[in-house]
Ligand binder design. Sequence first.
Ligand code: IGP
Length: 268
Amino acid sequence: MTTVLDAIVAGVREDLAVRAEQVSLADLERRVADAAAPIDAEALLRADGLSLIAEVKRASPSKGALAEIPDPASLAVAYADAGATAISVLTEGRRFNGSLDDLDAVREAVTIPVLRKDFMVTDYQLWEARAHGADIILLIVASLTDDELVRMHTLAHDLGMTALVEVHDEGETQRAVDAGARVIGVNARNLKTLEVHADTFSRLVPLIPPGIVTVAESGISGADDARMYAAQGADAVLVGEALVRGADTSAMVRSIVAAGARTEPEHA
Ligand SMILES: O=P(O)(O)OC[C@@H](O)[C@@H](O)c1c[nH]c2ccccc12
């Protein structure tokens, strides 16, 4: 059965082939050598309190258009000024209406870590992420074999980046741990069906050994959800839709950060 994830990845591979014709791996390697050193995002996410990764997201396959975001840089600055720990930038073009230009604009504008959020299926994309200034990359376990996961995880680290390894069920969580993941994102949205289950984090977190940074992802609507995930032991939350759609983005960022700061995990 072809899933939504398969369809997205097929489009990503086509677009990637076009870019690889224009910019060679050797070009990317040169750009990486010249790029500013990556920021240690893992350490920042691990620090006390609940970190917020605030996302620049125009559209999604589940919701369609969310927000125009004509100026991703100013949105990212608003997130950073209000207390976000890192900025996530969707660079997938077909379903999420993002681009590497968005990543460049955000990278120029902020000094906090930037996550290149895309469907990473080849090493080329990791070089590309670093060449465009990313500090964090996403590895979606559901779209990678074990060999790919281990290889790309190693490459991300060799390039000085933090890998956010994303899971949405028990089997994927085990695969992430076995691959040596140091930061695991639990996505409440199943990318094969697009259904959101808010109990996914609490179900999977007991399978994640202590010492691994945990990120609760998707469907987080504000401070109450952030407080809940902090109490369940999350180190960070990743929020997109609620921030890009909210009337007062800065106030929402501040309230999520404040909610997390006041909550001690139940099993710290
Ligand atoms: O907009 P939301 O529901 O707050 O979700 C943000 C983020 O979790 C979501 O964009 C996401 C999580 N994992 C992904 C993988 C690919 C694309 C998108 C995602």
